[in-house]
Ligand binder design. Structure first.
Ligand SMILES: N[C@@H](CCC(=O)N[C@@H](CS)C(=O)NCC(=O)O)C(=O)O
Length: 260
């Protein structure tokens, strides 16, 4: 039976960037499920109207329609008990829920201003108008005000990752020796950035950087191959956790210095 995944895309339907949909993509890959993928732009609500709500990801699994990335992960864990576990135990599920809430609040809040204008620039004019109106209403300020001085906000984003950094200094994945849904949660946030923004979020000696590389190379390099911007070592087909020797140049993008 075909599993269908509705996920958010930019002007280019190949640029799929929702952090929540990325969590679901990784969870499906973890379970060895290759979904039929349906790209949905912000204003294409008609495509997901059958789900009785307005957000992606939406998963259609047989006659079941599941919305919300956390609910989808819970559904997959229950419906596909065989193979590698997404959570591992009820206790691990409880802890992963904490990671989900941390990523959705602290990490998202620190990351969004850094990539907001890049997300905006990935959209076509009609979707840009929707994005501007809905987000300015949510933020209570213009997009430009929300995204101002992003270079000054980068250290706060890196500081927000301290719990993950400490854990990943002691073990290869948030879930332990092997990745599981807790990892895909935070990784989804990084894919949101990678698919929309050239900003280099992490320093090379950061344990989070090596962890992100390990996940980028997972599932036949699904993350590394996604339409977006290179993060340093994933750009050149590196062995996980190592840097491929390549020439880098410094570029100014939207007034920000990035390594290209
Ligand atoms: N709690 C939901 C959040 C889903 C969500 O906010 N998705 C965004 C894309 S990142 C969306 O579909 N937004 C539609 C809109 O803003 O109109 C989940 O975990 O799946």
């Amino acid at each position: 039976m075909t599993v269908k995944l509705y996920e958010l895309c930019g002007a280019d339907p190949k640029r799929v960037f929702s952090p929540y949909a990325w969590r679901t993509r990784m969870a499906l890959a973890h379970k060895g499920i290759t979904p039929e993928r349906i790209p949905v732009r912000f204003i294409e609500k008609d495509k997901i109207a059958f789900s009785n709500q307005k957000r992606v990801p939406v998963l259609v699994d047989g006659d079941k329609v599941v919305t919300d990335s956390w609910a989808i992960a819970s559904h997959l864990a229950e419906a596909y008990p065989k193979g590698p576990a997404l959570f591992g135990s009820p206790v691990a599920l409880g802890t992963a829920r904490f990671v989900n809430d941390w990523a959705n609040t602290t990490v998202n809040a620190a990351l969004f201003p850094l990539i907001l204008m890049d997300v905006f620039n990935c959209l076509d004019a009609a979707n840009q108008a929707y994005f501007r109106e809905s987000r300015e209403k949510r933020f209570g300020m213009t997009l430009e005000q929300f995204a101002a001085d992003r270079d000054k906000k980068l250290p706060a984003f890196r500081a927000a990752l301290a719990p993950a950094r400490t854990t990943l200094g002691a073990q290869p994945f948030l879930a332990g020796d092997q990745p599981a849904y807790a990892d895909y949660i935070l990784f989804g946030n990084f894919m949101w950035a990678k698919c929309t923004s050239p900003l280099q979020l992490l320093e090379k000696d950061d344990p989070v950087y090596a962890w992100r590389d390990r996940l980028l190379s997972r599932f036949d390099r699904m993350g590394a191959k996604a339409k977006g911007f290179p993060v340093l070592s994933s750009a050149g087909g590196a062995v996980p956790g190592t840097l491929t020797p390549r020439k880098h140049c410094l570029l100014m993008v939207n007034g920000t210095l990035v390594i290209g």
